[in-house]
Design a protein around this ligand. Structure first.
Ligand code: NDP
Ligand code: BG6
Length: 518
């Protein structure tokens, strides 16, 4: 995709044309000319809000391989029409798109069946075979399902639905288990049925523009390499914040909590990309080998290095903000599940020894934000009477993607004192006409193309659970009570204290002025 980024003056369809040529090698376009994408759990929320809309965007941009059929599979008694009705509101369709949308839905079909019944999957297989060139087609199975049915579904797919001519790939959604033991059980089950190169474990943060940019920033620039270590970096903060609560999704959330929902996967994956050594190449396994080494260098998290929180309603707030987590009708009364967590962990290797990596995530906070913040150490031998603030390099994943470096500069004019300023690469200013694809668009394309770089390998998963499982078990067995924080706040003050204790310095003096608004 290298030169596509340079084509900022091209129209969207021209860019898509280039992408299509780059992505779909001879191998993909001509080896087997039909693909079948099977959405297992087609009646569900993820399918409706993400999977069908993503397939439509890819189709609309000409990025799905030609002759791709889409089959929905679930227990509900649906039709293509009813599926269309429930998914279309999420598809961002313009009036001009209507004809194309009809063409898209003409490629879709729906099969209703049970998850634990071999005969239902035989029916699905027969349907696939009945499609034009269906027997020879490559097959992608997307498991948009609760993990409780993964075992039945994967066994039935393997036993009845595999293409004998084309390839077969399986896309698995998180959560991959609830702890080390359940995750290992699931992994052992799936890996007894499918080879690792057929399994695509999605962590959609790996499909985000700025998360993918971490490797280019680090390994494509000379300026960062020499300072990317414990000698220069004081601490690293990885943040995920959402300004809304569970809002009816409490049933799922309460079983998992924020550590399993966000920290153990999205934040830990970003940490790996910040901390890993340079891989020998950009091949999937070279990259994943380095990520696994990072995880192996991290000890189990200690409860003393963790702050847990649960939001309560804000009496001064509006609408949903008035409701606390326990007021959500889908949350069990008296639940101790955390909706906020901050944790400090250490990567015990030569590059990072004693540098705190602070992971913070929460729901019902003051803003939507995901970012990576590297705070550098103080300048040694100060000659400016302590006026200099620490440098920070911030990679903002969302919203408003940006990379900025907070730095000191001479106050302009007849002054000689230092002032805080920044080097600012805000995407909205620099890449005005570029539409950044959704994470799912990239990741689904990767599966068509057979690239596993942005997917989680089984050993990564095992290490991630090893780090978090003892903590999770302790929180649950000792019934640790989360600290209440108000809906719309920054979370419990104890999290700021934890960050301060391990060395993060917050000055509160920096002001950014958007040049577009000057
Ligand atoms: P600051 O150094 O002022 O803030 C750093 C972060 O510290 C804050 O975002 C806040 O994050 C956190 N914080 C606030 N209070 C405390 C506290 N008491 N203890 C510990 N941490 C605290 O500046 P930023 O570098 O974040 O930039 C300020 C603003 O300017 C931001 O809105 C940023 O997005 C914007 N900006 C945008 C740029 C761009 O678009 N290119 C360029 C530069 C800046 P949290 O609440 O998450 O803890
Ligand atoms: C999901 C979590 O993995 O990520 C959700 O299960 C969370 O709880 C979501 O809301 C956030 O994704 P994004 O892309 O909106 O930051």
């Amino acid at each position: 995709m290298s030169h596509v980024a340079e084509q900022v003056h091209l129209s969207r369809s021209e860019v898509c044309g280039i992408l299509r040529e780059e992505l779909y090698s001879e191998e993909i376009l001509h080896q087997a000319d039909t693909h079948i994408f099977i959405v297992v759990g087609a009646s569900g929320d993820l399918a409706k809000k993400k999977i069908y809309p993503t397939l439509w965007w890819l189709f609309n941009d000409g990025l799905l391989p030609e002759h791709t059929f889409i089959i929905g599979y679930a227990r509900s008694n649906l039709t293509v029409e009813s599926l269309r009705k429930q998914t279309q509101p999420y598809m961002k369709v313009t009036a001009e798109d209507q004809k194309k949308l009809d063409a898209f839905f003409s490629l879709t079909s729906y099969v209703s069946g049970q998850y634990d019944e071999r005969s239902s999957f035989e029916k699905l297989h027969a349907h696939m075979n009945s499609l034009p060139k269906g027997k020879k087609a490559n097959r992608l199975f997307y498991l948009a399902l609760p993990p409780s049915v993964y075992e039945d579904v994967t066994r039935n797919i393997k036993e009845t639905c595999m293409s004998q001519v084309g390839w077969n790939r399986l896309i698995v959604e998180k959560p991959f288990g609830k702890d080390l033991e359940s995750s290992n059980k699931l992994s052992n089950h799936i890996s007894a049925l499918f080879r690792e190169d057929q399994i695509y474990r999605i962590d959609h943060y790996l499909g985000k523009e700025m998360v993918q940019n971490l490797m280019v920033l680090r390994f494509g620039n000379r300026i960062f390499g020499p300072i990317w270590n414990r000698d220069h970096i004081g601490c690293v903060v990885l943040t995920f914040k959402e300004p809304f609560g569970t809002e009816g999704r409490g049933g799922y959330f309460d079983e998992f909590g924020i550590i399993r929902d966000v920290m153990q996967n999205h934040l830990l994956q970003m940490l790996c990309l910040v901390a890993m050594e340079k891989p020998t190449s950009t091949n999937s396994d070279d990259v994943r080998d380095e990520k696994v080494k990072v995880l192996k260098s991290i000890s189990e998290i200690q409860l003393s290095d963790v702050v847990l929180g649960q939001y309560v309603g804000n009496p001064q707030g509006q609408g949903e903000e008035k409701k606390g987590y326990l007021d959500d009708a889908t949350v069990p009364a008296g639940s101790l599940t955390s909706t906020f967590a901050a944790a400090v962990l250490y990567v015990q290797n030569e590059r990072w020894d004693s540098v705190p990596f602070i992971l913070r995530c929460g729901k019902a906070l003051n803003e939507r934000k995901a970012e990576v913040r590297l705070q550098f150490r103080d300048v040694p031998g100060d000659i400016f009477n302590q006026q200099c603030k620490r440098n920070e390099l911030v990679i903002r994943v969302q919203p408003n993607e940006a990379v900025y470096t907070k730095m000191m500069t001479k106050k302009p004019g007849m002054f000689f004192n230092p002032e805080e300023s920044e080097l600012d690469l805000t995407y909205g200013n620099r890449y005005k006409d570029v539409k950044l694809p959704d994470a799912y668009e990239r990741l689904i394309l990767d599966v068509f193309c057979g690239s596993q770089m942005h997917f989680v390998r089984s050993d990564e998963l095992r290490e991630a659970w090893r780090i978090f499982t003892p903590l999770l078990h302790r929180i649950e067995s000792e019934k640790i009570k989360p600290i209440p924080y108000i809906y719309g706040s920054r979370g419990p003050a104890e999290a700021d204290e934890l960050m301060k204790r391990v060395g993060f310095r917050y000055e509160g003096t920096y002001k950014w002025v958007n040049p577009n608004k000057l």
